[in-house]
Design a protein around this ligand. Structure first.
Ligand SMILES: [Zn+2]
Length: 268
């Protein structure tokens, strides 16, 4: 194992540990489901997603990033300056285009059916951040390939962005409430647990806000940022899917294929 891979692993373990402690010390909401059942289910769904990344996304996207680096394709590769600065530019544009993808996943009915699986979780915590339907991961592969090609993402930029995004996603999905001061300061930089709890609210208007996954600046620029709820007061879930019997492992895996239109589908 290379040093870079080891450093990445250590960083993610440290980040997950810190977020685990944050959830224990500054918990925002009580649990609707039994916490062990909730975490177990989410981690199994996350395992299926990880397998999809390993066997589908990585074989398509990583070789593409190598070609991009060798041939200097894409937007940032035509810029002057050192390679590390171009990688920083690529990471910023990856973060922005992930924000766009998240909006697309909410607006395109066929994609929303898959993204809904992430949103019907009745409890929001760090494990929710890893719980995406494998179909949503598969559907995002062409988007990821387009990001790499258009932006000019090298393998180094791709790995760094993925690592930072996983840490950010664990953090803002966490069942935690920061102090007012920390919340206000941090929400100028990154998506906070308060911002993302609002995105997971059963209120349909709040569901259509706070799409950023890394830097919060994209929501602020596009005026999709909302701060109008305390994370302690947010009811998490999607109207029409609030019964725990509707969010069992089998039900959420088959949810995207449930006929005909889903009652909670905002596009139905
Ligand atoms: Zn969403």
């Amino acid at each position: 194992m290379g040093i870079a891979k080891l450093a990445r692993g250590a960083f993610l373990v440290a980040a997950a540990g810190a977020i685990f402690l944050l959830e224990r010390r500054r918990r925002a909401r009580g649990y609707v489901e039994r916490q062990s059942v909730h975490a177990g289910r989410n981690l199994i769904v996350a395992g299926l997603s990880a397998a999809t990344v390993h066997f589908l996304e990585a074989p398509a996207v990583v070789p593409l990033a190598r070609v991009v680096a060798r041939r200097k394709w894409g937007l940032v590769q035509v810029l002057p300056g050192p390679a590390w600065l171009r990688d920083v530019g690529a990471i910023l544009l990856l973060d922005y285009s992930l924000y766009v993808w998240h909006i697309v996943a909410h607006r395109v009915p066929a994609l929303w059916r898959f993204h809904l699986v992430h949103h019907v979780d009745l409890d929001l915590d760090a494990t929710t951040g890893l719980r995406f339907h494998a179909g949503e991961i598969a559907a995002s592969v062409p988007w990821r390939a387009a990001q790499v090609l258009a932006i000019g993402v090298t393998p180094r930029a791709l790995t760094l962005w993925q690592t930072l995004t996983i840490a950010s996603v664990l953090f803002h999905h966490s069942n935690s409430r920061l102090s007012e001061r920390a919340e206000r300061a941090l929400s100028w930089i990154v998506t906070t647990p308060k911002m993302h709890a609002i995105h997971h609210s059963i209120d349909p208007a709040q569901l259509q806000s706070n799409f950023s996954s890394g830097l919060a600046v994209w929501d602020r620029i596009h005026r999709t940022a909302r701060f109008d709820a305390d994370p302690r007061d947010v009811t998490v879930g999607v109207v029409g899917h609030l019964d725990p019997r509707d969010v069992t492992f089998a039900r959420i895996l088959t949810l995207p294929f449930a006929p005909p239109a889903l009652p909670s589908d905002p596009h139905a």
